[in-house]
Design a binder for this molecule. Structure first.
Ligand code: ADP
Ligand code: MG
Length: 477
């Protein structure tokens, strides 16, 4: 089997056991680069991906490989930076592994009676809609108040005054979120309504497919039964004449029957090039609203909400820094946060402004960082050995180094001691044994306990997160 095919088989096996988002992040552009003498080498485009996969998925990969070829007994993970080059096609494009699946799902839903599915709790949902997109987890600020309000109005009374509702805005600002949220909400309020969500791209494929397989009549009948028609990214209809026609007919028929139509696009109707004038003017008949990039406060609120979703605590000061340094869209904001989460989990480190600045720089090299000078602070790291950390921690908590190292078990000394051990372990990579030695000959299990305890407190204690962030800043990290 060719290297890449072997790796694909492995990925297909482990895919069901890994969250989609993680899978997409960590396996993108990876591949097997050597398979010789019972030993396999897997290459990754970045150190992060390599370390993460090694730490989290080694066992799964091992098992999968063994199932495919039981003679393989050794796996090594290496970084091959050429895999990250733009035109390199050696690595696997993992999105492709999901494309086939999504396709299958949509095909199953072709019969509209399958579009709405009743769940165990009596809730109706749709296979076409992602139930994480809701109106009440969409953070509202001045820039998106109007589109959000219009969506809420439509959700409570579909086919009312906002019809069709046309929402436009740049990529990553929440159009898909909003349109799908309306679908979910309508199903909640009106369980018997048929909601059809489709991207314009998908609609085009369906039309072409229906023409090819000669079931155009069935296709038309199905679409005419819809009560609420949600069409995402209509700019995609440009230049697709035959499908534009079909869409025009569907649109008119539904509209004439007072069915709700919602449309999104990356531009206003007047700027849709190569789209028939008739269609453009139909789009503009109801309500046309622009979605804008949220302001600082709203971005901060979005970040706070996403932190809750990711179940992690980040110092508000660091969050403000992120909100200040993302200038394009909300998807990017989420991307930065996801990367922060992944790295802080992987390296068990509390994110600081410095570390976040580095992440932003890495994700978007061209970007100017506001509020932190990475270059000027390059060499600024005052912590080199355990005693440096002890000095800073003792200073921060107003203790002497002797107290910190001593035997006093009072809480106000014990906690800083544990924090200090944690930092020496995680920032300087000392072993538990050697930390024990530095703390007056304590046992390594005591040190381990201190580190674990601090790590677990960091998952729920915002004050501690702030303290450690402040301490790390004093240490130049
Ligand atoms: P678009 O379709 O406009 O390209 P999406 O709807 O896919 O954008 O949004 C990108 C991401 O940003 C999604 O994960 C979405 O949940 C999130 N998002 C955008 N705006 C908001 C908001 N106001 N509140 C919460 N999440 C948001
Ligand atoms: Mg979208």
């Amino acid at each position: 089997m060719a290297h890449k095919d072997l790796w694909l088989s492995v990925l297909k096996r482990i895919k069901p056991t890994i969250k989609k988002a993680h899978f997409l992040t960590w396996f993108q552009d990876s591949t097997i680069i050597k398979n010789k003498e019972r030993s396999v080498v897997v290459g990754f485009p970045t150190t992060y991906a390599r370390d993460w996969v090694l730490a989290k998925y080694n066992l799964k990969i091992h098992q999968a490989l063994q199932e495919i070829d039981s003679s393989i007994s050794k796996i090594d993970y290496e970084v091959h930076s050429k895999l990250s080059e733009k035109n390199n096609s050696d690595g696997v494009d993992v999105k492709g592994l999901f494309a086939i699946e999504d396709e299958k799902k949509v095909r199953k839903v072709r019969n509209l009676s399958e579009v709405n599915v009743r769940k165990g709790n009596g809730h109706v949902s749709s296979k076409m809609l992602n139930d994480k997109y809701l109106l009440n987890n969409f953070i509202v600020g001045n820039e998106n108040r109007l589109p959000h309000a219009a969506c809420s109005a439509v959700a409570s009374l579909p086919g009312g005054i906002y019809n069709p509702l046309y929402i436009y805005g740049n990529s990553g600002l929440g159009k898909t979120h909003l349109i799908q949220a309306v679908g979910n909400e309508i199903l909640k309020n009106y369980p018997d309504k048929i909601v059809k969500y489709v991207t314009a791209e998908r609609f085009v494929t369906e039309v072409v497919d229906a023409i090819g397989k000669r079931f155009m009549k069935k296709f038309k009948d199905l679409y005419r039964k819809v009560d609420c028609f949600l069409v995402d990214d209509v700019q995609f209809f440009a230049n697709k004449n035959s499908t534009q026609q079909e869409f025009f007919h569907t649109f008119n028929e539904l509209y004439d029957n007072n069915k709700q139509i919602i449309i999104t696009s990356d531009r206003p109707p007047s700027e849709l090039e190569d789209l028939g004038e008739r269609l453009k003017s139909r789009f503009g008949m109801g309500m046309v609203i622009e979605l804008l990039f949220p302001d600082f406060e709203t971005r901060l609120a979005i970040l706070q909400q996403k932190c809750q979703e990711f179940e992690m605590i980040i110092d508000p000061e660091v969050l403000r820094f992120v909100a200040n340094n993302v200038h394009n869209n909300v998807r990017e904001l989420e991307g930065v946060l996801r990367q922060i989460a992944a790295e802080s989990q992987l390296f068990e480190k509390v994110p600081t402004i410095r570390s976040v600045a580095e992440i932003i720089k890495r994700l978007n090299k061209a970007q100017k960082i506001i509020g932190y000078d990475l270059e000027a602070n390059k060499e600024y790291m005052i912590v080199k050995k355990a005693s440096d950390v002890m000095r800073v921690v003792a200073g921060y908590y107003d203790l002497t180094v002797d107290e910190l190292v001593g035997k006093d078990r009072r809480k106000e000394i014990m906690l800083p001691r544990q924090i200090c051990m944690y930092l020496i372990k995680n920032e300087l990579g000392y072993s538990y044994e050697s930390i024990g030695v530095n703390f007056g000959g304590r046992n390594h299990t005591t040190v381990m306990h201190a580190c674990n305890k601090t790590a677990s407190r960091l998952r729920k204690d915002l004050r501690l997160v702030r303290d450690i962030n402040a301490i790390k800043r004093e240490m130049g990290l």
